[in-house]
Design a binder for this molecule. Sequence first.
Ligand code: ATP
Ligand code: MG
Length: 427
Amino acid sequence: MSKIQSIRGMNDLLPGESSTWQYVERVVSEVFETYGYRLIRTPILEKTELFKRSIGEVTDIVEKEMYTFEDRDGSSLTLRPENTASCVRACEQNGLLHNQTQKLWYFGPMFRHERPQKGRLRQFHQFGVEAFGFDGPDIDVEVLAMTARLWKKLGLTDAVTLQLNSIGSLLARANYKQALVDYLSQYKDQLDEDSLRRLDSNPLRILDSKDARTQALLDQAPVLTDYLDEDSREHFQQLLTLLDGLGIRYEINPRLVRGLDYYNKTVFEWVTDKLGAQGTVCAGGRYDGLTAQLGGKETPAVGFGMGAERLVLLLEELKLIPSELDISADVYLCGVGNVQSYVLGLAESIRDALPSLKLVNHCGGGSFKSQLKKADKSGAKWALIVGENEASAAQVVLKSLRDDSEQLTLNLSDVTERLQSLFQSSK
Ligand code: ATP
Ligand code: MG
């Protein structure tokens, strides 16, 4: 019978890679938490309606990327393709936006039915931040400063560039959309196929087109910046001044529009040229209208999603994963003969006394030689060895695995103290 394989584009995280992920998760969560953002976790399944109403019916995500299926009662459910709408839903549902602001962060899997390739998966992971209840540009800048600090901590400052734009109010965008459609309609015969389709459904996405001819046409097209409403224009100006004040560098990209409908005013992407076509590591912006759109009270908001796989790829590519991520054990405990109960008791009492010691109990028996081989492979610095003689004498043998120092026979009562001093001096 053939073996069952995982679903295409949905990867396992194997033990060999997990320490890298744990490192990244630790650094990211430390940065977010030190800015006072608090963790939120929402279910990975939501009603399909939530994403349709937030992301937008004619976006790539909703049109062709969602994992949507019928529940047993016939209702339509979707595996979340992103987490902003879920955060808004959760906050509203639980009264978290009532007369208060929220600074939140999340981490977890997202699902999109895309063509799997480097940096693009069907189950991928995002870190993200959402700040609710702040309407000034200071919060946009805080969120950007927080990501800039994260790049610094990870050693990525020179590898990423901040691209910024303002896409204005809904009305400003509608005016611009019309102008863009009017302009491009004159050149229908020169547009690439995707852009032609988008001319009716989602014309702003044409600005993203990778097609050279379309891009050339866009050189003469009306520019979104010229259509901005006064409020958005001012917000953007202040944002730039504040960023300058912090020395955070950016490029203004008037063609940056993002693929989700709910954004307004500020949009941004942190991009890298080190990952080929999948160069956007972090993307976000303001979404002041979303909460009301989902039935709640008008609440200004800003946030971003950061692709964890792309972040890990980038760190690997630039060899920025610290080599001293120590995943090996400190002590490996071998039990030879009929000593199971003694060894288990010993292991637990050592754990009681030295809670941060990484102690691996061999388990499963076997010869002394084979156990010692495993001990060596575990990377542990010391082995504790118990045979039947040691067990009956309430003793244990301590052996260094990394130098030739002589092995010692210790009384049970001395073991933890000895380990503690060894452990401390090795740190
Ligand atoms: P892209 O243009 O690369 O498709 P997007 O505009 O669809 O990205 P968002 O929806 O804004 O991306 O998601 C934010 C971030 O999540 C992206 O910048 C990227 O780092 C990551 N991301 C999005 N889709 C995927 C995917 N299929 N696989 C891995 N990471 C992804
Ligand atoms: Mg996409």
